[in-house]
Write a protein that binds this ligand. Structure first.
Ligand SMILES: Nc1nc2c(c(=O)[nH]1)N[C@H]1C(S)=C(S)[C@@H](COP(=O)(O)O)O[C@H]1N2
Ligand SMILES: [Mo]
Length: 387
């Protein structure tokens, strides 16, 4: 092998910034970000299980908006933190292979678990970022894969923390410039102190948070220069999938549109005018997309429970919501019983005082409290009470 191709050795890295003292301090906040993202991610996954064994709560109405906003914000903050942390421990990648001994085996296992941690963490952040940017350059199901990898990442993270705990304790208990855990030749001062490197990292994290938070916090909209969604759209609410993209422009505007409710007592079909003649209710409820943006709306329409009463549906049954859209993945959803019977769950006909625009789900769309946007089915044409 020529010298050009030979990888560097661990000793070739001499900056004293690449230290356990720096890595552990960033690691604490990285751990917080991954912890928040994991818990909120599990909540999001739960909310999307069609008929969950443990019912997903139908309140508070803003719950999913907060948890999913936190999910995307914490994941975004983790990106600069992870980059600096990887930089600070990068020399380890070139450490000599452990000797075949008992301790060597333990070292090898530890390094293997760090490999899994790094790979899964990068996968989670990269796939999550792409998802928040509505970019799906892959064939696998995002939700299933991101969820499965979350367990891999959190497991590897816990192992990593357990293994490193003695060092973490030591370096966090000592001043940041302490050198007792430094590699022996990592002594070179750079243009930056450790303290300044950490400050820069925290600033990068804060900027990452600001750059995305506007998608969910209206007051920050103007600062969120990198926000993929600016939080606006027709009727003051962003549009996720347009009527054109869903291919329902013609069917939604047909004169013979009717909403069919199917239940134990048979079925009832209602035109939009007939729906407008039923008792109307108005509710303030957010649309909170899994991709991280959210917006409040004032919705007016018929309570789903009132529609279920028309076909004598008893309380406590899940309802299948079917859209005019036949080609996407989100043309159907299951409305769990606790949502179907909820006083705030509407088949909305109006948004913010005007008839729904085609893009927001005209002639009628579902809106329920504490439900991920992806399940707030638009262009609804049929409700089926399930056994
Ligand atoms: N039929 C149908 N309904 C749908 C979708 C869809 O693709 N098809 N997208 C969902 C998603 S992902 C979101 S976030 C909300 C957004 O609603 P809005 O476009 O009115 O803001 O609609 C939901 N309802
Ligand atoms: Mo969404």
């Amino acid at each position: 092998m020529t010298t050009l191709l030979r990888p560097p050795t661990e000793d070739a890295f001499t900056s004293r910034l690449r230290s356990a003292a720096v890595a552990a301090r960033i690691g604490v906040w990285l751990g917080v970000c991954f912890g928040v993202a994991f818990v909120t991610g599990v909540i999001s996954h739960w909310s999307q299980i069609p008929s969950p064994p443990v019912p997903f709560p139908s309140g508070p109405a803003w719950g999913y908006r907060v948890t999913q906003g936190l999910h995307v914000i914490s994941g975004t903050i983790a990106i600069p933190l992870l980059l600096v942390k990887l930089w600070s421990v990068y020399p380890k990648l070139f450490a000599a292979l452990p000797k075949p001994s008992r301790q060597g085996l333990v070292d090898a296992l530890e390094r293997g678990s760090i490999g899994v941690l790094v790979a899964s963490a990068i996968f989670q952040l990269a796939s999550g970022l792409a998802n928040a940017a509505q970019w799906y350059p892959w064939d696998f199901s995002f939700r299933r894969t991101h969820y499965a990898m979350a367990w891999v990442a959190i497991g590897a993270l816990l192992v990593h923390i357990a293994v490193k705990l003695p060092i973490i304790r030591d370096v966090l208990g000592a001043p940041v410039d302490d050198v007792s855990h430094d590699r022996h030749n990592a002594t070179k001062y750079g243009p930056l102190s450790r303290r300044a490197l950490l400050r820069t990292t925290w600033t990068a994290g804060a900027m990452a948070a600001l750059a995305t938070a506007g998608a969910t916090i209206p007051a920050l909209r103007k600062v969120s220069v990198f926000g993929v969604r600016d939080g606006t759209g027709p009727q003051g609410v962003p549009v996720n999938r347009s009527a054109h993209a869903a291919g329902i422009t013609h069917t939604a505007l047909r004169d013979d549109y009717a909403m069919t409710v199917v239940g134990p007592a048979g079925q009832v079909a209602l035109t939009r005018t007939e729906l407008l003649h039923l008792r109307q209710r108005t509710r303030d409820l957010p649309i909170a997309c899994v991709e991280g943006w959210s917006a409040n709306g004032t919705w007016t329409g018929v309570r789903v429970r009132d529609l279920l009463d028309l076909v004598d549906a008893p309380l406590g049954h899940d309802v299948r919501v079917i859209s005019l859209e036949t080609r996407g993945h989100y043309g159907r959803s299951i409305l769990p019983a606790n949502f179907a019977d909820h006083d705030d769950t509407l088949l909305a006909l109006e948004l913010n005082g005007e008839p729904l625009t085609l893009d927001h789900g005209y002639p009628a769309r579902l809106i329920a409290p504490n439900r991920p946007g992806v399940l707030q089915t638009k262009w609804v044409e049929r409700l089926e009470v399930l056994a």
